[in-house]
Design a protein around this ligand. Structure first.
Ligand code: GCU
Length: 420
């Protein structure tokens, strides 16, 4: 029996009952994946087919509105205020091999304002050199990416740690360099690529009441079909891209947006909406990211809405245990990036994020590249570990757990260098 959305929404607030629902205990058995039919990215809602590349923008807009209405919520199209950029630091870095900059991006609407700090590290080169660039989101603060004492701590409100103590979390001095393993900045700079990052909590704290402290507080309160925090983080990435577009040393046509896990979801949503990104990278993004929702393998729509009620728009809750009714699935999120480039990565042991579901989404998005005369993933068999595949849609799966490793970065660097 199916429960109505209202019934589920009511009881999702009651933990013991929610846990008794199907879809709460994760399924990790391929044989128990439900039969499903995916919406076709190349067929309009009225049943007519997209026959040529020139017709793609129309279908693309239709898919984008469906994701806005049912999944991530609508993002405001303009800022009813002002945006300022303040370069707070510009110093020689990495023994003169790079330049480190910190830019405060401030958005002001009437009497309120919010800011977030962009860390930008560029290889040292002649002023007229333009760099390919990774624009990334990080979890714990820009200072966690590198041990240098030059990188400022986040100044915005940070969610407290499990014990409720902000001072003990990694957003403080304690976290400096804590995440170096995930960010091989020297290798990136050594490849002639610039690196930029923002702490996502700076844009909006990742908590159910984070909205008051983040950028969404500058706009009208969101309704059922308006943006959640994933929308806010993606919006912040686009505001950082606005800044990068003012820097003559950034090659605007070769910027990749990258994020891991929930930030991989935000990165896909940013890249789906904002066509300035030449390459979109999803590292282990899973449910609500690159993985097909209809497979309900690992994390489900019910589970993600229950655990993170602030991430998506409220309408998304009507698909709790009801994925077949979703007018879209995540392969269409990937398709929104066409004919630009996308790189999806999974980790073998990261079953919660459904590696096979991430690969299949890449497969089912690929006809849109084919329509453009380009190779998408180019195969329907999932590759073994450490054998990246694909053309404009790249995919790799590596050994190990949910994480970002040097192996992943080697693939992303190759993908960014492949942008002509
Ligand atoms: C949780 C969540 C995932 C998310 C991950 C992360 O595991 O369920 O959806 O991707 O956190 O962001 O690390």
């Amino acid at each position: 029996m199916r429960h109505s959305a209202a019934f589920i929404a009511l009881f999702a607030a009651v933990p013991w009952f929610a846990k008794a629902q199907p879809g709460f205990t994760p399924n990790y058995d391929e044989a128990a994946v439900p039969q499903y039919q995916l919406p076709d990215p190349l067929v309009y809602e009225n049943g007519s087919a997209v026959a040529k590349a020139g017709d793609w923008p129309g279908r693309r807009s239709e898919i984008l509105s469906l994701f806005e209405k049912h999944v991530y919520g609508r993002t405001p199209s303009h800022i009813p205020g002002t945006v300022t950029y303040e370069k707070r630091k510009s110093i020689s870095f990495m023994d003169g091999k790079a330049v480190l900059e910190e830019i405060r991006i401030r958005i002001s609407v009437k009497e309120k304002s919010r800011f977030f700090d962009l860390l930008l590290i560029k290889p040292k080169a002649a002023e007229q050199t333009k760099f390919r660039t990774f624009l990334t989101l990080n979890f714990l603060g820009n200072h966690t990416l590198h041990p240098s004492p030059e990188i400022s701590l986040p100044e915005s409100w940070q969610p407290p740690n499990k014990e409720g103590i902000v001072e003990q979390n990694r957003a403080t001095e304690k976290g400096r360099g804590h995440r170096v393993a995930r960010w091989p900045i020297e290798t990136i700079i050594g490849s002639g690529i610039a690196f930029a990052s923002i702490c996502y909590n700076d844009i909006e704290p990742d908590a159910p009441d984070g909205i008051d402290k983040g950028v969404r507080a500058l706009f009208d309160p969101p309704g059922e079909g308006d943006w959640g925090s994933l929308g806010a983080w993606a919006w912040g990435v686009s505001r950082a891209m606005d800044y990068l577009a003012t820097d003559p040393q950034i090659d605007q046509k070769r910027v990749a947006v990258m994020g891991h896990s929930r930030l991989g979801k935000a990165s896909l949503w940013a890249g789906a909406q904002d066509q300035r990104f030449a390459l979109v990278i999803s590292n282990n993004s899973g449910c609500g990211g690159a993985a097909l929702s209809r497979r309900a393998f690992g994390e489900t729509v019910l589970r993600i809405n229950h655990n993170f009620p602030h991430w998506f728009c409220k309408n998304f809750r009507s698909y709790n245990n009801n994925e077949a009714k979703l007018p879209v699935d995540q392969h269409q999120l990937i398709a929104l990036i066409a004919p630009r480039r996308v790189h999806i990565a999974s980790a073998k042991e990261d079953l919660w994020a459904d590696p096979r579901g991430e690969f299949l989404a890449a497969v089912h998005a690929s006809p849109v590249w084919k329509l453009h005369g380009l190779t998408g993933i180019g195969q329907s068999e999932m590759p073994p570990i450490h054998q990246p595949v694909g053309g404009h849609v790249r995919y790799h799966i590596r050994a190990g757990v949910h994480d970002v490793t040097d192996y992943d970065w080697d693939q992303y660097i190759a993908s960014l260098l492949a942008v002509p």
